[in-house]
Design a protein around this ligand. Structure first.
Ligand SMILES: O=P(O)(O)OC[C@H]1O[C@](O)(COP(=O)(O)O)[C@@H](O)[C@@H]1O
Ligand SMILES: [Mg+2]
Ligand SMILES: [Mg+2]
Length: 326
């Protein structure tokens, strides 16, 4: 018998203590993503390709689909009275949703924007926190990743797949012919060892010495100290890279760059690194900023950037140890 997202959420409530109304928040997120999915599938037919000719607070050019997906997320989630506030890659500061809401939702409405126009996998990433008591402020959102109640992503690829954790393992749902998310895999385990890495090699000259040395070891293959040949992949969509790692293992990194010391990495802690790190940990992988566990980091800003190393545990531990020894 097929298990739909709503059935799965009910089962989780029967097995574990799930915060009241958290399932409804996840349903709202899934509805927003179904809407985004429709837009993605139509592409040029719905005039959603190309630049919006605007920029976000991070100085990045916004694509039409970045702006549209952000609006869909805000409109859909604000309609759920359980949600107090929202934070998005595309909004300068947080958005107040409902005065009596108990949850905060942080999201990257459209991840992998450079892939939109070329029809390569993109996604939506989300993180759910409990709203602390009192007035909603930026500080309300600045909770370490370990305090997330749930996180996940929707991958708009050859299949549309929702991946979710309520901190009791991981569930993967595939969008079926009735436009419903249907459970297709539970509790994938990331193999501890791997021979596949993902990094944007064009930035090599800017990496710190420890990352230079690590990648040089992998490139040396069988002839080097790691004693095996490594394969490389780079999709330029974090959602797609994390999905590959959840399915078959591997290591993904977007390291710190020496070009701009004020910008310790490209990826954002609150709505990219934290939700993905929770998923990776729930699948027996590891995630660090090359020095410490990402989920233990005390955030300092909504749009804080961070170096990310995640995936197969032995490989992540190895490269993290190299950084800590340097
Ligand atoms: O184009 P680059 O430098 O390889 O960066 C790719 C990385 O940037 C991102 O696209 C950033 O996400 P956004 O598209 O949400 O800004 C990641 O998904 C991906 O890992
Ligand atoms: Mg992103
Ligand atoms: Mg984005």
């Amino acid at each position: 018998m097929s298990v739909l997202l709503s059935d799965y959420l009910q089962q989780q409530q029967q097995k574990y203590t799930v915060t009241p109304f958290l399932p409804e928040v996840i349903i709202s997120i899934s509805q927003a993503c179904l809407h985004i999915n429709r837009e993605v599938r139509l592409g040029a037919l719905d005039n959603i390709l190309g630049s919006a000719h605007t920029g976000n607070i991070q100085g990045e050019e916004q694509k039409k689909l970045d702006v549209l997906s952000n609006q869909i997320m805000i409109d859909t989630l604000s309609a759920n009275p359980a949600i107090a506030g929202l934070a998005s890659e595309e909004e300068d500061s947080f958005v107040t949703a409902n005065d009596n809401g108990q949850f905060l939702v942080l999201f990257d409405p459209l991840d992998g924007s450079s892939n939109i126009d070329v029809n390569i996998s993109i996604g939506t990433i989300f993180s759910i926190l409990a709203k602390p008591d009192g007035t909603l402020t930026t500080e309300s959102f600045l909770q370490p990743g370990r305090q997330q109640l749930a996180s996940g992503y929707v991958l708009y690829g050859p299949q549309t797949i929702l991946v979710l954790t309520l901190k009791h393992g991981i569930a993967m749902f595939t969008l079926n012919e009735q436009n419903q998310f249907q459970l297709t895999q539970e509790n994938p385990q990331i193999p501890a060892a791997t021979a596949e890495f993902a990094i944007n090699m064009s930035n090599q000259r800017h990496w710190q010495p420890a990352m230079q040395n690590y990648i040089a070891q992998l490139l040396a293959g069988k002839t080097g100290c790691r004693g095996k040949d490594y394969n490389m992949r780079w999709v330029a969509s974090m959602v797609a890279e994390v999905h590959r790692i959840l399915i078959r293992g591997g290591i993904f990194t977007y390291p710190q760059d020496q070009r701009n010391p004020d910008k310790p990495g490209k990826l954002r802690l609150m709505y990219e690194a934290n939700p993905m790190s929770l998923l990776i940990e729930q699948a027996q992988g590891a995630a660090t900023n090359a020095q410490q566990n990402i989920l233990d980091i005390q955030p300092e800003g909504l749009h804080q950037r961070i170096a990310v190393v995640l995936g197969s545990k032995e490989e992540v531990d190895y490269v993290t140890a190299m950084h800590n020894a340097s």
